[in-house]
Design a protein. Structure first.
Ligand SMILES: [Zn+2]
Length: 185
């Protein structure tokens, strides 16, 4: 995505708004890649319709993951996308977040708090560039728990952990990866 577009400026403005750390400088975007995954998008739309969720009730969440290729430089998902162990980033953007849910159990949580999400990612060793996935989440059948250690309430397909402001996603259809954000701090 070109840096002079409204969409790019909106994302940067949102990062600044959400950045609530005084000790770490606010991230500055260096590149935004839009993620297009028609199958994930269709599933997400069907999920929203099923629960009559309006667009204004869609929330943004962040997820950090490892990159094992030159995506930052050539903007093309790598050929290793079919294999999780080589490049998790391209694997997830190509196949969706469902790849992180095993036997009904998510091996990840999405962060609402940008600073918390940032603190979980490591920068690229050469350029010191960080990356995060920005995901849309529709909380349909959501249940709240206070802490991370609590069990999944029965029937919930998304669990909101109040203490840490993160969500555990048990049904991949309710989340959709929208952008890969590359940034420096
Ligand atoms: Zn890759």
């Amino acid at each position: 995505m070109e840096s002079d577009t409204q969409e790019y400026e909106d994302i940067q403005a949102n990062l600044q708004k959400q950045w609530n750390s005084k000790s770490i400088p606010c991230p500055s975007l260096t590149l935004v890649l839009a993620v297009v995954n028609p199958r994930e998008d269709t599933n997400f739309t069907e999920y929203k319709n099923m629960y009559s969720i309006k667009d204004k009730n869609i929330s943004s969440f962040f997820l950090g993951t490892d990159i094992g290729c030159d995506l930052y430089y050539n903007h093309i998902p790598c050929k290793n996308a079919s294999n999780f162990s080589n490049c998790r980033m391209c694997h997830l953007t190509s196949h969706g977040l469902g790849k992180l849910i095993y036997h009904d159990n998510p091996s990840f949580s999405l962060q609402k708090n940008l600073v918390d999400a940032h603190l979980k990612v490591k920068p690229d060793s050469e350029m010191h560039i960080y990356s995060l996935l920005l995901c849309d989440v529709a909380c349909g059948n959501a249940k709240k728990v206070r802490t991370n250690n609590e069990e999944r309430p029965e029937g919930a397909d998304v669990v909101v952990v109040q203490q840490t402001e993160e969500v555990k996603v048990f049904n991949a259809d309710l989340a959709c990866i929208r952008y890969i954000l590359f940034y420096i701090v």
